[in-house]
Design a protein around this ligand. Sequence first.
Ligand code: FEO
Length: 406
Amino acid sequence: MKKLVKNNVYWVGKVDWELQKFHGNEYSTHEGSTYNSYLVQEEKNVLIDTVWSPFADEFVENLAKEIDLQKIDIVIANHGEVDHSGALPALMKHIPDKPIYCTANAVRSLKGQYHQDWNFKVVKTGDKIDIGNGKELIFLEMTMLHWPDSMATYLTKDNILFSNDAFGQHLATEKLFNDQVDQCSLYNESIKYYANILTPFSPILKKKIEEVVALNLPIEMIATSHGVIWRDDPSQIIQRYAQWSNDYQEDQITVIYDTMWNGTKKLAEKISEGIALEDPGSVVKMFNLTKYDENDLITEVFRSKAVVIGSPTISKSILHSVAGFIHLMKELRFKGKKAAAFGCYGWSGESVKEINALLAGAGFEVVSEGYKNQWNPDLDAQKAAIEYGRTLARSFAKQAVEGKDR
Ligand code: FEO
């Protein structure tokens, strides 16, 4: 059933309460998600985005209860990714000649995915469509936020920015608006979304925010394609994005490890203890990689000024869980964060050196040669690990002061 957004604008999307993984298995969605599609009914009827393909038939069936599909004049595809375009094939069977407004890159992605020669109308930033009753839709390319084809659409007079993925959150809710949901969940899902999806594009995002602000468009609502619509002070999420895109960090140090026989775990505990003793003002957190959700852990890294990564040596290398996690951090191109390594070993002891190399390759500033210990850490080794934690805390504190000057 459609839900009223404002005046003649309705939500006609899908709430996916059961979604636990997104992008295949790359992104955990503990709180489900929504695929937001919007119907704008002025003199022209406009459909903005659709839903993920498993819900395509249900979407078209529901939409047909709200509007005679033949009366849809315009379809807008803000983004070609399947969670928003997935119902286009089912919909376009009913209205094959209706125009689909999208970017040139979206034509490439939609044709590549669905192999259909629909009636594409390519738009660029600043292009407009008159939809009657004195209202216009204005297009704004959002290249690389987060795909080359992404764009946003602005509805004049109602002052709604249909931002697609930007400013979204994976949060299933029957409520439509940001002031109607739990604020803690909303913040956590918003920062997780940014950390795990948008971090690599922070430099582009910074410029885009400046560009949008310079357009001076009044924005009363930001209608995203996932989660809630920002109607209560929508500038709050723009300000958050401005902060997050600026090499974001909090006064947090995060120790992340995996272990075979608990020796590296013991080091993690002692190093964490040393950091906390030396720097009681910082938040210190410790996680076993195999017991914690990787995407939530990426959010912890996003919030950190420094990370300390541990693995025992195995086959002259490191545990694949640790290698995989450092690879994930590398993909996300974090900037301005320091790092260090530790690990136990029995025979050859290469893990620390290898972690250091991977961290440096992932863009972290490695502050020390690392701490390694042969066999199970005895009391002396545990004291040395505490001292190592203290040394790291001093290096990381130095960075925090420098960070303030940036
Ligand atoms: Fe929500 Fe990039 O798709």
